[in-house]
Design a protein around this ligand. Structure first.
Ligand code: ZN
Length: 191
């Protein structure tokens, strides 16, 4: 369920998606970079991505979308809106290095079918903690979704659906076409 090439072209015409040769903190390289702040500022684009993600989980009876970041929350609102019936959204905020969920939001997770979503998954540590936390709270996790993932195709025991990875793989430096074709040193991404 890859993103339509037309959407990729439309994105590339904005500053939300930039082509180049990029190195992430995890050591992975990529030929594209998503600007998460600009994405959050653009509901039209965010909703296209969210629809693509929601489509991937249409038959999974998701009741709540849980996200660990403010950027993820922007996307999660749209994912919840496109699911049928519409899902609730829980923003699990990082606090002192731990992820916490507000007490009043716990009923939306306990015993519920949840989808974990963030705009980007980089090291995978945050998503892994969120997976543990939601399971401890008795949720049935149906999937982990993101726009782009640099942490492999699995978080814990869950497969990751990453909307853009089919178009823009997260390469190990040894396999990176940008490195091997002499594009020069990658631009360092600070996250
Ligand atoms: Zn490279």
């Amino acid at each position: 369920m890859d993103l339509e090439p037309a959407l990729i072209r439309q994105l590339a015409a904005t500053d939300i998606l930039r082509y180049g040769h990029f190195a992430f903190r995890t050591g992975r390289h990529s030929a594209a970079l998503i600007d998460r702040d600009l994405l959050l500022a653009d509901p039209a684009t965010a909703s296209h991505f969210a629809y693509n993600i929601a489509k991937n989980y249409f038959t999974d009876r998701v009741e709540t979308v849980v996200t660990p970041s403010i950027w993820g929350a922007g996307l999660a609102q749209w994912i919840g809106y496109f699911l049928e019936p519409k899902a609730k959204v829980v923003d699990a905020t990082p606090h002192d290095g731990e992820i916490t969920i507000a007490e009043k939001l716990l009923p939306l997770i306990e015993g519920k079918r949840v989808l974990l979503a963030d705009n980007l998954i980089l090291s995978g540590q945050t998503m892994s903690r969120l997976l543990d936390l939601t399971k401890e709270r008795g949720a049935t996790v149906v999937g982990v979704a993101t726009l782009w993932c640099a942490a492999g195709d699995q978080i814990g025991d869950m497969p990751v659906y990453a909307a853009l990875n089919g178009h823009f793989p997260a390469w190990a430096p040894d396999d990176c076409p940008g490195c091997s074709t002499g594009l020069g040193d990658p631009e360092i991404v600070p996250y």
